[in-house]
Design a protein around this ligand. Sequence first.
Ligand SMILES: [Zn+2]
Length: 213
Amino acid sequence: MSIKGSFKAECPSCKERFDADFWTVIRGDRDLQLKEALISGELDLLMCPACSNIFPCEETLIYMDPVKELLAFVMPAAYLAEKEKWLEKMRLDYEALKPSLVKENFLAFEPLYYFGAGMLSDLLLSDRDREEETEVMEFMAGEQGFKSAAIRPGFAREHDLPFSLPYAGCPCRDHALEAARAVSSANDALARIKNLIKLLEELKTQDLPFIKS
Ligand SMILES: [Zn+2]
């Protein structure tokens, strides 16, 4: 569940100080509207109760999406002036949070530390692009009689791969490579499947440790 907190905000126009609600924890896998607001940059907009001025105002936010292997500490962009101090604080916050993160597999991937919601929305936009390319790829793979296996999202981002790979029979290196080549030759516009082919070609084992079990 996403969580709200109340903080003091000051209107840059009339200097009115007022209590404002901010999202302090966002569950990207559950609150799709909040995820959309984050991507569009509307999340941090406040309206002054005195003069109706609308202005951006950032507070620290934790973004969580265990399905996509995302745990991001997003600090206001202004904190970048004291980067090391805030990074240290966020790392301590992360250590304190760890016991509550054991459940949904959060500890299986590294947290991200961002300054400004823009860095997170860039990542979410690039994920969306990857999702769209993956959907096209899976559709084409299905047309050619292949199945698809999910790739761990963190690994897919790191190597700029689709979120899944096609295969025939069982998901091993040779079967995945054969299917990926077939799908790629049917649609030259899929850039990330070329990265997948290259990665599979260089893989020394038949085992694919980066697919989701
Ligand atoms: Zn105002």
